[in-house]
Write a protein that binds this ligand. Structure first.
Ligand SMILES: Nc1ncnc2c1ncn2[C@@H]1O[C@H](COP(=O)(O)OP(=O)(O)OP(=O)(O)O)[C@@H](O)[C@H]1O
Ligand SMILES: [Mg+2]
Length: 508
């Protein structure tokens, strides 16, 4: 091929002005041309380079670089000749300041008119920046990964179609799914029906937390075993070029916190109840004491009058009414005195099952038991407690009468005793099949004088007395369950540990 001078000049200028160090080889790997950048890079001049084989120059100028040809690898130059296509290799190097760098060497064949390789051009590009960025990026990714994995909050991400693409360890525990087997798991399975959709609607609503953001929200998530767990969550939609590509959620399990809150609420309610009972107790004690003496006089004189009346005197009936109502007043006063704890508890060890026997013995024969089925579901072992047995009997009788009242004389009364070995508590539960306690009354039933019974039938002291008695005996009374199917009241007392039972075997 003829090359006119002008053209040679032009090609050489292009070659020299290339910003990458560039070398031209013959297929036998001898160097036939190098550009200025290449000489600058090697710090030499072309007379020391031209005509020499590639490997020699490389070893001299890059003693530390691991060239494939000196490292049992395939020579990219030879491969370019063989394949007649471009090849590239990535090489690590240490520059004169000891800084680690990377260069990419690209080999391109120059073919003659027969398609044979005439020359090979090698251009060298410094890719250290890109490589360092890549390294930094993967370092950051690794760090983020570690932060996400070690987070106590559960984190999940799903793609646009709701398929789970990432779960951290806390999420595996919270949702019960393994991060390795989420191929067929859609994010909808992580919530009760409809909730996932609802959350997506909120996420897309700009008025709620801004576009693609869900502020802290309380929801229930669904564990793999079907249980619903209350959580506090935030979520985001991830956009790429304005398009939704994924969504992510962060969840905090609320079970422990809610339990503590509930315990605090219960303790607060209990405190209020105790205070209310204490101040009322003081008042009741005073009133009862003052009324007791005049009542005794009324009874005495009314009795005397009745004795003096001749038979069939029309006034006898009125006197009987006076006497009956005065007796009732005395009963109320007695209750009030008991309520104000004027009677001292005398504690003893006894079996909780005995309370059932004794209470039933006292009231079972009454007419009101006629259409009631009594089911006794007693703990088969000794269930020893240390309390005032008479007082506990009194509480149980109150609960039984309440239950019979609410069942209007017809239904099933279940008396159940058991021990919770974990908490070390003994329980006596009274369940009826009455209509339950209306929501509005739930907070009032333990209040003194709260009664829904017709005037003259209930004083409304039964449950508040029971409350005081149980507290005094280191126990508690509470409504375990109530609804249209009936109500269960529970009495709780500390169970005497079985190790101590042996000491009281005379009781059995
Ligand atoms: N098993 C129950 N089912 C539904 N409601 C109940 C039950 N036990 C109690 N209650 C409600 O609680 C109220 C208060 O009960 P409490 O025993 O303190 O008083 P009382 O039974 O009305 O009167 P007293 O016991 O003084 O004769 C009752 O009037 C009733 O409304
Ligand atoms: Mg009652």
């Amino acid at each position: 091929m003829e090359i006119i001078d002008k053209e040679i000049d032009w090609r050489l200028r292009v070659f020299d002005s290339m910003s990458f160090p560039t070398v031209i080889f013959k297929p036998d790997k001898t160097i036939v041309a190098v550009n200025k950048k290449y000489l600058e890079k090697l710090g030499t001049d072309d007379s020391l380079i031209l005509g020499r084989p590639c490997q020699e120059v490389n070893i001299q100028h890059y003693p530390e670089q691991k060239f494939p040809c000196v490292n049992n690898g395939e020579c990219p130059l030879a491969k370019t000749v063989k394949c007649r296509t471009g090849q590239s290799v990535l090489l690590k190097f240490t520059d004169q300041h000891g800084q680690l760098g990377w260069e990419e060497r690209v080999f391109s064949p120059m073919l003659d008119e027969n398609g044979e390789v005439d020359y090979i051009i090698e251009s060298i590009r410094d890719v250290s920046r890109v490589k360092n960025l890549e390294k930094m990026y993967s370092g950051i990714r690794e760090l983020i990964d570690r932060v996400v994995q070690s987070s106590v909050a559960a984190i999940i991400a799903a793609d646009r179609r709701g398929r789970i693409i990432m779960m951290n360890k806390a999420a595996e525990v919270l949702f019960g799914h393994s991060a390795y087997y989420t191929d067929n798991v859609n994010v909808e399975n992580f919530y009760p029906p409809g909730v996932a959709r609802e959350l997506m609607v909120k996420l897309r609503d700009e008025r709620i937390g801004g576009r693609g953001k869900l502020p802290v929200t309380r929801v229930n998530i669904r564990h793999k075993d079907g249980t619903d767990i209350p959580v506090e969550m935030t979520a985001v939609i991830i956009y790429e070029d304005g398009m939704e590509t994924a969504s992510a959620g962060i969840f905090n399990d609320l079970r422990d916190r809610l339990e503590v809150e509930q315990q605090l609420k219960d303790a607060h309610a209990q405190l209020i109840q105790s205070e209310k009972l204490a101040s009322l107790g003081r008042l009741a004690a005073g009133v009862a004491h003052e009324i007791n003496n005049p009542l005794t006089s009324i009874l005495l004189y009314a009795n005397l009058m009745r004795e003096k009346l001749e038979k069939d005197n029309p006034l006898e009936k009125n006197l009987t009414y006076i006497l009956e109502d005065t007796e009732r007043c005395k009963e109320i006063v007695k209750n009030l005195l008991a309520y104000s704890r004027q009677t001292n508890p005398t504690r003893q060890y006894f079996k909780l099952n005995d309370v059932i026997d004794e209470s039933l013995r006292l009231i079972r024969d009454q007419k009101l038991f006629l259409h009631i089925t009594v089911v006794e579901d007693k703990w088969p072992h000794w269930l020893l407690v240390y309390a005032d047995k008479n007082q506990i009997c009194q509480v149980l009788i109150n609960l039984i009468i309440n239950a019979i009242d609410v069942m209007e004389g017809q239904g099933v009364l279940t008396l159940h005793t058991f021990e919770d070995t974990v908490s070390g508590k003994a329980f006596l539960e009274v369940t009826d099949t009455g209509g339950g306690i209306p929501e509005a009354n739930k907070s009032k039933i333990f209040d003194p004088f709260f009664s829904t019974k017709e005037l003259g039938k209930g004083t409304g002291l039964g449950l508040s007395m029971a409350y005081g008695i149980m507290e005094e005996n280191n126990g508690r009374i509470f409504v375990k369950d109530t609804g249209p199917q009936g109500t269960t009241f529970a009495l709780e007392l500390p169970a005497v540990p079985s190790s101590e039972v042996i000491l009281f075997d005379s009781i059995g």
